[in-house]
Design a protein. Structure first.
Length: 371
């Protein structure tokens, strides 16, 4: 029999708040564990969401208990769970919510990550399973979290929670040597992923990249003045650069490869959040990682150039590890990522300085590639 901790709170969810189900009677979080028989179906059946609470974040405890009980024992690396506790970690309206799920098996606690999707969850799970079988497993240096199951009725993806050192902490607070070692590990993971990842998923052609870039440019252009002129100049140069690029061989693409999605667990480098997986120019993933590093240098170390040595180590190791040929198209994708970062800084109230710096970096990247 599986038991579950029941906690909920009315209103819009906050990160760290426990949130298991949606009911007519709201209760404050508590530490008790209740067996399924103690809950009436009427009190736990889904109801109309409260104003401001997206349906994707509702969580039916009885349904979770039922679905866990239906999973074959082979799905559980540590044995069949007897108790369940759930805590909200992240709410990305309206597409998905991320939960921490603590399970108890034979007296031993284990942790999972549960992601409730508005759509696409089954596809993400399929990609993770294929990667796991391709060698990105727990015994490999280049790895992903172990996929446990996908529960279609709940739109819930279950995966291993990896405990370790977050890559972003190394680049934010580490010394030069640790940053270079971290960059090299990230590069080796990406090179292997581009070589051996599943060749399936939606293609992401350069035309789609330009359409997305144009939307971001127009958001910045609403400011008017020098910022609008600079963002338009960057977009027009991206348009011109795209016309001169040869069509690449598409490779598996993570979609959001960066230091925020990487954990070091001993010798294991674990990359998660494959929600944006598809087939794309491999230069796209390489550029995203580089711009994430530069953005981290700007935000935490006071200069966009602060992590240049780590950037160099990343590129050198990617090439040496058999990475795809990306040199010709890397400036285009880096400039594209700079414009994306500039727009994000603007809409997240980080101030105009960061937006201006990222636009300048995008322009100088394209100018350097032409020189």
């Amino acid at each position: 029999m599986v038991r579950g901790t029941i906690s909920h709170q009315a209103g819009v969810p906050k990160e760290g708040q426990t949130m298991l189900m949606q009911t007519d009677t709201w209760t404050e979080p508590r530490d008790t564990v209740a067996p399924p028989g103690a809950l009436s179906p009427e009190s736990t059946s889904p109801t109309t969401p409260a104003r401001g609470t997206p349906p994707v974040c509702t969580f039916d405890l009885l349904e979770l208990i039922k679905r866990f009980g239906e999973l074959p024992s082979s799905r559980w690396p540590w044995g069949v769970p007897h108790e369940i506790q759930v805590r909200l970690l992240r709410w990305r309206r309206p597409t998905r919510c991320t939960f921490e799920i603590r399970i108890l098996t034979e007296g031993q606690p284990h942790q999972l990550i549960g992601k409730v999707y508005a759509a696409l969850g089954e596809g993400v799970y399929a990609v993770m399973e294929e990667l796991w079988r391709a060698g990105f497993n727990r015994d490999a240096e280049n790895s992903i979290p172990q996929p446990i199951a996908y529960l279609p009725s709940m739109r819930l993806l279950l995966q291993e929670k990896v405990e370790g050192l977050e890559a972003k902490k190394v680049f934010q607070h580490g010394d030069q040597r640790s940053r270079i070692e971290a960059a090299e590990r990230c590069a080796r993971w990406l090179a292997r992923f581009h070589a051996f990842g599943p060749r399936s998923g939606p293609p992401i052609p350069i035309e789609k990249v330009l359409r997305n870039t144009e939307r971001r440019w127009r958001v910045i252009a609403e400011l008017g003045g020098d910022m609008a002129a600079k963002s338009e100049r960057l977009f027009r140069r991206l348009e011109a650069a795209a016309r001169n690029l040869e069509t690449p061989t598409f490779r598996p693409s993570h979609g959001d490869f960066g230091i925020h999605n990487i954990i070091f667990e001993g010798k294991r480098t674990v990359v998660f959040d494959l929600d944006g997986y598809g087939l794309a120019d491999p230069a796209r993933d390489v550029a995203r990682f580089i711009v994430k590093l530069e953005r981290t240098g700007l935000e935490f170390l006071g200069s966009i150039r602060a992590l240049d040595r780590a950037v160099e180590a990343f590129i050198e190791t990617y090439v040496a590890s058999g990475g795809a040929p990306v040199a010709e198209r890397l400036p285009f994708y880096k400039a594209h990522c700079c414009l994306k970062s500039a727009k994000m800084d603007l809409t997240r109230d980080r101030g105009l300085h960061a937006t201006d710096v990222m636009l300048d970096e995008g322009l100088s990247t394209l100018e350097w590639s032409v020189a």
